[in-house]
Design a protein around this ligand. Structure first.
Ligand SMILES: Cc1cc2nc3c(=O)[nH]c(=O)nc-3n(C[C@H](O)[C@H](O)[C@H](O)COP(=O)(O)OP(=O)(O)OC[C@H]3O[C@@H](n4cnc5c(N)ncnc54)[C@H](O)[C@@H]3O)c2cc1C
Length: 381
């Protein structure tokens, strides 16, 4: 931390990824004094897997004065049916982006002197009008802690200990490949479409093009982003797949560059089940990664002067294409609530909770419903 922090903060945000930056930018734009603390010592980075663009995120980026989001577009949806070899195309425009592009846009809209890397926040105590936080060797008071510490949220575990992380019964394999590394005919198969595949034996896969590095959205510089949902019923297989190449059992996902040989062999042994373009794409992916699909629905989002946002609150299935949009919606609503309105600070927070819990529960249920159809027909993400 280059500059000493004030002894009392108005609002501290724990977690500097998408939800933390959505909260930081939205609260700052509402005129509130906010600092974001990210545990990672280095700027967060990833090659940026795909995210379907939703209006809530664009609204937030617009409201906080972020630079334009790098996006790709398609004009249609295409279904490759592996068992019959059929291909069906329907017109349906859609926009896509990447995690990296969203992070870059949000990060450039939030001042450096309020974004603190290498700072893990812990809660020392809570009182009626604030929290005492531990940041390294410092203790800092704040009026409000916004916990945006992600899917494995330590704040959620501490404040809502009964919350269950429920495995949905299937794992998503994901991959991102530079289009320049692929045969042009294969890129053509996927260009300008949101492509789905019904593999032999069920499940489903999808693919769309996303921006490459920086704002690279021109043909030749984009990336192909694919996801393949594969049912994995037994615990022993799931444990083996989630064990990374160093032998560590990951909780929910294994990032790029870290999957173990068992997971790689499991994937490659099944590619014949896919329609030909998907099979070629999966085989050509140098660094696939995996995400176990889970549902998380805590009992609440406000615990005195701590509120949970983004994946630290509800975790919804990727089929909803709503995780980043939900983080943005949580943040915009919180900023609106704290800027003013009826009632005192705490009753406004509770009103925010009532609204956002309803949104979170609805999205969890929607994801479960889409997941139940997953092995029969295509879904959104
Ligand atoms: C590097 C990275 C790459 C990702 N890439 C993709 C992707 O390509 N596609 C996709 O769909 N989703 C991706 N995600 C997940 C995606 O960001 C989330 O599902 C969604 O956007 C909501 O994010 P979140 O901010 O709630 O949680 P997360 O993105 O999980 O962020 C939580 C953050 O909190 C930090 N943190 C945890 N505990 C503390 C603490 N005590 N104090 C301070 N900081 C703490 C973590 O280091 C992390 O940066 C990625 C996440 C990360 C961190």
């Amino acid at each position: 931390m280059p500059d000493p922090l004030p002894q009392r903060l108005d609002i501290a945000v724990a977690g500097g990824s998408i939800a933390g930056l959505c909260a930081g930018t939205a609260l700052l734009s509402a005129g509130l004094d906010v600092h974001v603390f990210e545990r990672s010592a280095e700027r967060l980075s990833s090659r940026g897997a795909g995210i379907v663009v939703q209006p809530e995120l664009l609204d937030l980026l617009n409201a906080v004065g972020a630079p334009p989001l790098a996006t790709t577009r398609c004009g249609s949806r295409r279904m490759f049916d592996a068992p019959t070899g059929g291909v069906e195309t329907t017109r349906m425009p859609q926009r896509f982006t990447s995690w990296e592009a969203i992070y870059a846009a949000l990060r450039s809209a939030f001042p450096d002197d309020r974004y603190h890397l290498g700072c893990e926040l812990a809660l020392a105590s809570r009182s009626g009008d604030g929290v005492e936080l531990v940041i390294g060797s410092d203790r800092v008071d704040a009026d409000l802690l916004v916990a945006a510490d992600g899917i494995g949220s330590g704040f959620r575990s501490g404040l809502a200990p009964g919350t269950v992380t429920r495995y949905a019964g299937y794992i998503a394999w994901r991959g991102v490949v530079d289009e320049s590394q692929l045969h042009p005919d294969l890129v053509d198969d996927f260009d300008d479409t949101f492509s789905f595949c019904r593999p032999v034996g069920g499940g489903h896969a999808l693919c769309y093009l996303i921006p490459g590095d920086g704002p690279a959205v021109a043909p030749g510089r984009r990336r192909l982003n694919w996801v393949w949902y594969i049912p994995v019923g037994d615990d022993a297989t799931r444990d083996a797949l989630l064990t990374d190449r160093s032998g560590k059992r990951r909780q929910v996902s294994v990032p790029q560059g870290e999957i173990g040989d068992v997971a790689r062999r499991f994937l490659l042994a099944r590619t014949d089940l896919l329609a030909a373009p998907f099979a070629t794409l999966v085989r050509a992916t140098p660094d696939p990664f995996i995400q176990s699909i889970v549902d998380v629905a805590p009992c609440g989002m406000v615990f005195g002067r701590v509120c949970l946002v983004g994946d630290a609150a509800f975790v919804v299935r990727p089929h909803t294409a709503a995780s980043a949009a939900k983080a943005a919606a949580d943040a915009m609503a919180l900023a609106q609530t704290l800027r003013g309105g009826n009632g005192d600070f705490d009753s406004r927070l509770l009103e925010w909770e009532r609204q956002q819990v309803a949104v979170g529960r609805r999205l969890v249920d929607y994801g479960v419903m889409l997941g139940e159809r997953t092995h029969r027909q295509p879904t959104h993400s």
